[in-house]
Ligand binder design. Structure first.
Ligand code: PRP
Length: 219
């Protein structure tokens, strides 16, 4: 058998990466090096299985995968949609479930219903634009924010927001609610388009194993 090359994984830092590694452990893929929280290393290797892992900011994961710096990535569907990179989305990992929604005060319902030219604050301008312009055919002004987006309608920056809703408690505590649902979200696996051709067997095996595990988990 020819010497295998390394398969490289880019994982979105934080909860997503931890959940992914838990899942990988269940199919026998471990990376002991990564468990050492005091380590400042950026790349972790599993020599036996010829795998490499690195952590990056979520929005950078599709970038690494598109350019082939990583063969495989795990990241939220929100990030995949917003970054809009040329990658294959191959699997819904079933965790990190939440929703992308249009949210705001109850008073904004009327503005949405009448397709008024409203202001929309969001960390996701591409998703917001696609939703309002292509799906609703509503002209809006989109204002990019970098976090705590719920502030938008509260301080009078915007009429509504487009944001992730998980439990809904952030909205509730700030007197806001879900006005429209854009799409469901969860963690997804993405694959570089060339890697998918070159390493078909290894990648397909991995997808099949993870799929079986996810199906078992949802039973
Ligand atoms: C996300 C999102 C909401 C919140 C939703 O923010 O932007 O603010 O979580 O969760 P909930 O429905 O369970 O309350 P995050 O914590 O990622 O921080 P951010 O506001 O800086 O984006």
């Amino acid at each position: 058998m020819s010497e295998e090359r390394y398969l490289t994984f880019a994982l979105g830092k934080g909860r997503l990466a931890n959940k992914t590694l838990e899942l990988f452990e269940q199919i026998g893929i471990t990376c002991e090096e990564m468990k050492d929280k005091s380590s400042r290393k950026l790349i972790f290797v599993n020599e036996e299985k010829k795998l490499k892992f690195f952590l990056s900011k979520g929005p950078d994961v599709p970038t690494y995968v598109e350019y082939g710096a990583a063969d495989i990535g795990v990241v939220g569907k929100d990030t995949i949609m917003e970054e809009n990179r040329r990658v294959y989305e191959v699997l819904d990992l079933g965790f990190g479930k939440c929703r992308m929604c249009v949210c705001g005060p109850a008073s904004a319902e009327e503005l949405l219903r009448h397709h008024e030219r409203i202001r929309v604050a969001t960390k996701y301008p591409l998703i917001a634009r696609d939703y309002f312009y292509n799906k609703k055919h509503q002209t809006v002004d989109i204002i990019k924010l970098n976090g705590s987006v719920e502030l938008g309608p509260i301080v009078g920056l915007s009429d509504v927001i487009v944001d992730i809703v998980e439990t809904g408690s952030t909205l509730k505590e700030n007197g806001l609610g879900v006005l429209e649902e854009i799409c469901p979200l969860s963690a997804r696996m993405i694959v570089n388009q060339v890697s998918m051709q070159m390493e078909t067997e290894r990648i397909r095996t991995l997808i099949t194993q993870l799929k079986e595990l996810c199906q078992e988990g949802s039973k």
